[in-house]
Design a protein around this ligand. Structure first.
Ligand code: CP
Ligand code: NVA
Length: 308
């Protein structure tokens, strides 16, 4: 029977904190947990959750994942804890390390997350920063694997902002050797250091394409993926971004250009009728709600590996 393997890295701050073999192991473990073919016990283990931004899926999927493993979670609300008062990260991290076995953090700046991990004696998980959303990418590739069984010849096209979600797809896609095409308006390309790191991993450098043309990017694609145009923290940019992203909506015309068996992904929450139409979210091509469910299974596998 498959057992959780200890990961080489103590933390999961970036998709690149795992090797290709470790990602594949987590996906296999997650699928077995989902199918109830595997039972992993993390009795009495405590996961601390710090959310400096809103969350539904990440918060609840971590809570349920931990409870299914026999452990518990503590949700630290910044406004009712001393975090909101501005207690230094290095103090909070050292104190929480004395109580919790592992901590998941959602925050703005990626360097704040790195600061937590520097001072934490316990593993730290990235529950989303402005730079990356690596837990989301695990669930995304689990959903893709369920559909296509392996990653050979899969073309994943992400249409929208070159944001945290796009960055993690690029990095995890590079580890798995998946062809990733990003279509975004000029000026909204993914972070250049993320692209550089991905290109260092891809054996075939042509498998990563960044373009400003959504129509050519979806041609023959097997997976169409999108996310909001304005992320949390960018509320003041919304009006301009809505104009700049005109033509980047996943609608029936764009879907027609993809492979006829193509599936649709969105990490949620969505702005229906902006980055994606109602019709497409609710169509039979959509795997969006399986993808949301898979957050729980993949994080259960992740917790098991980090705590084994
Ligand atoms: N996809 C995702 O991370 O959703 P939440 O913001 O609801 O956690
Ligand atoms: N890019 C979005 C993802 C939300 C899950 C954000 O950061 O707000």
């Amino acid at each position: 029977m498959l057992k959780p393997n200890k990961l080489g890295n103590k933390n999961f701050l970036s998709s690149l904190d795992m090797s290709t073999e470790e990602v594949l192991h987590i996906l296999k473990l997650a699928k077995q947990l989902k199918n109830k073919e595997l039972n992993i016990e993390l009795k009495n283990k405590v996961l601390g959750l710090i959310f400096n931004k809103s969350s539904t899926r990440t918060r609840v999927s971590f809570q349920v994942a931990m409870s299914r493993l026999g452990g518990t979670t503590i949700d630290l609300n910044p406004t009712t804890s001393q975090i909101g008062r501005g207690e230094p990260i290095k103090d909070t991290a050292r104190v929480l390390s004395r109580y919790c076995d592992i901590i998941a953090i959602r925050t703005f700046s990626h360097s704040d997350l790195e600061e937590y991990s520097k001072w934490s004696a316990k593993p730290v998980i990235n529950a989303l920063t402005d730079l990356e959303h690596p837990c989301q990418a695990l669930a995304d590739f689990l959903t893709i694997k369920e559909e296509f069984l392996d990653f050979k010849n899969v073309v994943l096209t992400f249409i929208g902002d070159g944001n945290n979600v796009a960055n993690s797809i690029i990095l995890c896609g590079a580890l798995l050797g998946v062809e990733v095409r990003i279509a975004c308006p000029k000026g909204y390309e993914p972070n250049s250091s993320i692209i550089k790191k991905a290109l260092e991993i891809y054996k075939d450098k042509n498998l990563l394409k960044i373009t400003n043309d959504p129509h050519s990017a979806v041609s023959g694609a097997n997976v169409l993926y999108t996310d909001v145009w304005s992320s949390m923290g960018e509320e003041n940019l919304k009006e301009n971004k809505d104009k700049d992203f005109n033509g980047f909506t996943i609608d029936r015309n764009l879907v027609k250009k993809a492979d006829k068996e193509a599936i649709i992904l969105h990490c949620l929450p969505a702005y229906r009728s902006k980055e994606i139409t109602d019709e497409i979210i609710d169509s039979n091509k959509s795997r969006i709600f399986d993808q949301a469910e898979n957050r729980m299974h993949s994080q259960q596998a992740l917790l098991a590996c980090l705590l084994s």
